[in-house]
Design a protein around this ligand. Structure first.
Ligand SMILES: *Cc1c(COP(=O)(O)O)cnc(C)c1O
Length: 372
């Protein structure tokens, strides 16, 4: 048998999460964000579940190319626009909408030869101070862009820095509104957090919402609320198996650095999953994990290819034979029990975003089709 680790992508969960996103913004169109190869799930693997989206948001031309290759003919937005003038050719060829966040991109556009004018999303910096034009410049930039023959339509966008904090999106929204009030064009403001923390707020959500995390089943404000509280379903499950066991005596330690010491006799399991698979090394002893669907905890340091788990809860249930037992690192066990990816991320002092995006190349995937 080959190494037993595997990641699963649940198509039904994607569809359910997409309809949950729609319920939060009934009047808006949804751009499903599939940057970073669909947050690590694989664009090809999530396409079936998300093809009901009104459009897609991507970071790289290559991602847009994959979507066109899958037959998607609707809107695709390059969320950071083009990285060099040559990519404007790709936008023309693939009919991409693209963000415009700096003067250089406008210069490139003004020199771009195309027979079909582009639709762009002019981006305002409302406080993130990453990409976009300052509010006071916005109108003059809009006018300059609007005068270019290469431009067919200008939409307006911003991205919130504090959408996960109560009221966080609202001060940025008011700055955006103030400096765009006499500009025409469709608007796009909200990400998952702005959407879920301000449901049905159309003044905030506007024409296009850009949803990422929620579609993949991550909570926008864990631990205040979990994905379960939001009625979101886990899309990614990471499973492996116990490949060895050890019987520890009191005083025995586990793993590199001997960070865990047994205080009593106990059985531990060694799992075929390590940081090279994308399991966070920052997850210390005590991180929750499922073995045969039963909740237990990790012990000692995560190494490159392995980690260790406490098998005591299984032993108490009379399970003696533990080699080969199924281990769920996050998501759903084959028997249905679940472990919230946000909970694992929280133990590792990171976010579910990072865990989803970080699976190692050596982890094989399986798509669970929706047979409804
Ligand atoms: C990634 C991204 C999103 C999606 O954010 P989530 O928090 O995952 O919903 C939206 N807009 C832009 C510009 C992004 O880069």
């Amino acid at each position: 048998m080959s190494r037993p680790i595997k990641a699963f992508v649940d198509t039904k969960a994607l569809k359910a999460n997409l309809s949950c996103v729609r319920q939060k913004s009934a009047q808006s169109q949804i751009l499903s964000v599939v940057k970073a190869n669909a947050y690590g799930h694989g664009i090809e693997r999530v396409f079936e579940g998300l093809k009901g989206s009104d459009g897609f948001g991507v970071l790289q031309v290559g991602e847009a190319e994959v979507l066109r290759g899958l037959g998607f003919r609707g809107p695709i937005v390059l969320l950071e626009g083009v990285f060099d003038p040559r990519e404007l050719e790709d936008c023309s060829r693939l009919q991409l909408w693209h963000a415009v966040h700096c003067m250089e991109q406008i210069d490139w556009l003004s020199r771009h030869k195309t027979h079909k004018a582009h639709r762009v999303f002019l981006k305002m910096n409302t406080g993130m101070n990453r990409l976009g034009f300052r509010p006071e410049q916005f109108k003059s930039v809009w006018s300059r862009l609007n005068a270019l023959p290469q431009i067919e339509e200008i939409s307006l966008m911003t991205h919130f820095s504090d959408a996960d904090l109560p009221g966080g999106a609202l001060s940025q929204q008011s700055r955006f509104d103030q400096f765009t009030q006499d500009l025409i064009g469709e608007r796009s403001l909200s990400n998952s957090a702005a959407l879920f923390l301000n449901p049905l707020n159309h003044a905030l959500h506007q024409d296009w919402v850009r949803a990422g995390l929620a579609l993949y089943g991550g909570s926008v404000n864990y631990p205040q609320q979990t994905s379960n509280d939001w009625a979101l379903q886990a899309v990614m499950s990471l499973r492996s198996k116990v490949i060895a066991t050890q019987d520890l005596k009191p005083g025995d330690t586990v793993g590199y650095g001997s960070t865990f010491t047994a205080t009593q006799a106990m059985k531990i399991g060694v799992v075929a999953c390590g940081y090279a698979d994308g399991y966070p090394r920052s997850a210390e002893s005590g991180t929750p994990i499922l073995v045969n669907g039963q909740r237990t905890q990790t012990l000692g340091r995560v190494s490159m290819d392995m980690l260790s788990v406490d098998l005591s809860p299984l032993q108490q249930q009379g399970q003696i034979e533990c080699v080969g037992a199924e281990v769920t690192l996050w998501g759903a066990a084959s028997t249905g029990q679940t472990l919230d990816i946000d909970e694992v991320a929280h133990h590792a002092k990171t976010l579910s975003y990072e865990l989803m995006c970080g699976l190692g190349n050596r982890v094989p995937f399986e798509v669970i089709e929706d047979d409804a």
